[in-house]
Design a protein around this ligand. Structure first.
Ligand code: PEP
Length: 255
């Protein structure tokens, strides 16, 4: 299975010119790698410009609205529909990122509706989970509840397009030192997969890719594949620095 490397550009960069520049630098390397699937999730406003240049790189969005009218449009101010994303060539969508849960009060119920709708719409969903703190073992209950609540009542067959991104919130957006340890990520991978069995069944849950995210850089990334046994990475900060991101892509290609 190819390693899945997802770039989450968040609310960056500030101009289309910069966005194109970063994209083109990444494309030069990504197009040569056979063992990596590279997905870039830019802000909505850059999807159109980037969609014309896709080939080796897949396009993703950072969010989507749960209502999916047949026309692709509706009275939902500020929202973006699955059909709009599809028309720009996006096939991936990040849902449930901790920054949206925290800053926009996205609830489990809202995340559940979005995941359900996006999977029904044929998207590959990068479903984000992660604990706020890890003082005691209660964080495992937190992760379990997030999975069970957010994936509630979803047709099992649809879950074949699910991707889990395990992103401990305390490890996001820091320096490399603040990333989780590959050993813990390994344990979490087992825990997450076992929990997913409750909603996806044994067979399917074995094939759902699990990505690690949180302060990944070119120095620590190899460990998440080797000792962490991750099928990919979700990368924020370093995905805006092509030199660094390309190094990660090359390491993933050999992992
Ligand atoms: C993220 O927010 O998805 C993320 C992983 O960010 P960073 O790589 O900057 O920690």
């Amino acid at each position: 299975m190819k390693k899945l490397i997802v770039a989450n550009w968040k609310m960056n960069p500030a101009s289309l010119k910069e966005a194109k520049g970063i994209f083109n630098e990444i494309k030069k390397v990504a197009s040569k790698l056979k063992n990596v699937e590279t997905v870039i999730c830019p802000p909505f406003v850059y999807l159109s410009a980037i969609s014309y240049q896709l080939s080796a790189i897949k396009l993703g969005a950072q969010d989507v609205f749960w209502e999916n009218p047949a026309t692709g449009g509706g009275a939902y101010t500020g929202e973006i529909s699955l059909k709009m994303l599809k028309n720009f060539g996006a096939r991936y969508v990040i849902i449930g990122h901790s920054e949206r849960r925290e800053n926009l009060q996205e609830t489990d119920e809202m995340v559940n509706k979005k995941v359900k709708s996006a999977l029904k719409g044929g998207f590959r969903v990068i479903f984000c989970i992660g604990e706020k703190k890890r003082d005691d073992e209660s964080y495992l209950y937190f992760i379990r509840d997030e999975i069970l609540n957010d994936l509630k009542d979803i047709n099992r067959k649809l879950l074949k397009n699910l991707i889990i991104a395990y992103e401990p919130i305390w490890a996001i957006g820091k320096t490399g030192k603040a990333a989780d340890s590959p050993e813990n990520v390994f344990q979490m991978g087992i825990f997450i997969r076992k929990t997913i069995m409750h909603v996806a069944g044994e067979k399917l849950s074995r094939n759902i890719p699990i990505l690690y995210g949180g302060s990944v850089d070119s120095k620590n990334c190899a460990g998440f594949f080797k000792e962490g046994n991750m099928q990919g990475l979700l990368i924020g900060g370093k995905s805006l620095i092509p030199k660094e991101f390309n190094k990660i892509l090359k390491i993933a290609n050999k992992a």
